[in-house]
Design a protein around this ligand. Structure first.
Ligand code: TYM
Length: 329
């Protein structure tokens, strides 16, 4: 039977975090054998906010090195950089024609900025979910494994594709989002009520995949808990404790209830020690491989070039079909 198609991506606007790993990348690894996979460094998405060219270039290569260090395998999957496949930008324009203003208005990143009264946002920030739809649709994708914050965008992609197919005839496969049961929304260490995001101003709120064991230990030691001194999974009343429990559970692949049972009656010191060990065991081997790839950048460029060539073959066919169906010569 023909394998189904899996597509996912990260945007190089900062360093990859434990949230990116547990919410997305870890899930990708286990699916590499079951699906035909595409993993993309979505660098066209980076300039939706103001970043320098040098910064984006550096983060693109670093994320590629981190993909490989995490265990994504170019022999099994197509791993590539978005800007090396120009079809993404062309399809985006075409999909803009079947996206409604109201839909784009409802996407949280833009809506949040407007709600905060920030007016100096680029039109790209408004339309970037359409670029994300083009990313997914170019490859006839069946599933899109993402963290919770991206589900809204995959839903929009489905709506755009369905409308396009209805208006211009069958063109796109309708994809669906898949989120992990644990780890779909890892929270910040200092602010466990909001997502651990790679562009956060305070690095102590985030565990980065390249952090040293000492840095990880220090950050978890400082993590916010509460004054209840009770180890329980209760996201409403004990968000800090629940976040640490989630991190242990997602790192080790054991149910949260087992971690709670094991730590019941122990203090927050024991919880933090356990979380630290769990994160170090997860990250240390990744960091070592990352350092290898960062000192072999010629290998990175070769992998990106091969990946782009394979990706473009499929992307080009889909783009031609869409153009033909739209009556574009
Ligand atoms: P990005 O780069 O913000 O995040 C990459 C992936 O990591 C997940 N993630 C998290 N999961 C759990 N807890 C967290 N704290 C956390 N932070 C991030 C995200 O949900 C995502 O799966 N627009 C996308 C990139 C993109 C894309 C695509 C994704 C571009 N084109 C096509 C899928 C398909 C983004 O900004 O992800």
């Amino acid at each position: 039977m023909k394998k189904q198609i899996l597509y996912s991506a990260t945007k190089p606007t900062g360093n990859l975090t434990l949230g990116n790993y547990l919410g997305a990348i870890k899930n990708w690894l286990s699916l590499q054998n079951e699906y035909n996979c595409y993993f993309c460094i979505a660098n066209l998405h980076s300039h939706t906010i103001e970043l320098s060219a040098d910064f984006v270039k550096t983060k693109t290569l670093e994320q590629l090195a981190m993909f490989l260090a995490c265990g994504l395998d170019p022999k099994k999957s197509i791993i590539y950089v978005q800007s090396m496949v120009p079809e993404h930008a062309e399809l985006t324009w075409m999909l803009n024609c079947t996206t409604m203003m109201g839909e784009a208005n409802r996407m949280t990143q833009y809506k949040d900025k407007v709600a905060k009264g920030i007016t100096s946002v680029s039109t790209a920030l408004f339309t970037y979910p359409v670029l994300m739809a083009a990313d997914i649709l170019l490859y006839n994708t069946n599933i899109v494994p993402v963290g919770e914050d991206q589900v809204q965008h995959v839903e929009l992609c489905r709506d755009i594709a369905t409308r396009f197919n209805h208006r211009f005839g069958p063109t796109f496969v309708i994809p669906k989002a898949v989120v992990p049961t644990v780890g779909a929304r890892i929270k910040g260490l200092l602010d466990p009520t909001s997502k651990m995001g790679k562009s956060d101003d305070d690095p102590n709120n985030i565990i980065f995949l390249h952090n040293t064991n000492e840095e990880i230990t220090k950050k978890i030691k400082r993590a916010v808990t509460d004054s209840l001194n009770n180890i329980a999974f209760d996201e409403q009343n004990q968000p800090g404790v629940s976040n640490l429990l989630t991190i242990i559970s997602a790192c080790e692949g054991v149910p949260i209830e087992n971690v709670v049972a094991e730590l019941t009656g122990k203090g927050y010191g024991a919880l933090k020690q356990r979380a630290t060990q769990s994160v170090i065991n997860t990250i240390a081997p990744i960091r070592e491989k990352y350092n290898y790839y960062m000192s072999h950048q010629d290998e990175l460029i070769k992998i990106a070039t091969d990946g782009a060539r394979k990706a473009q073959k499929v992307a080009h066919e889909t783009l031609l079909r869409a153009k033909q169906n739209m009556g574009l010569l």
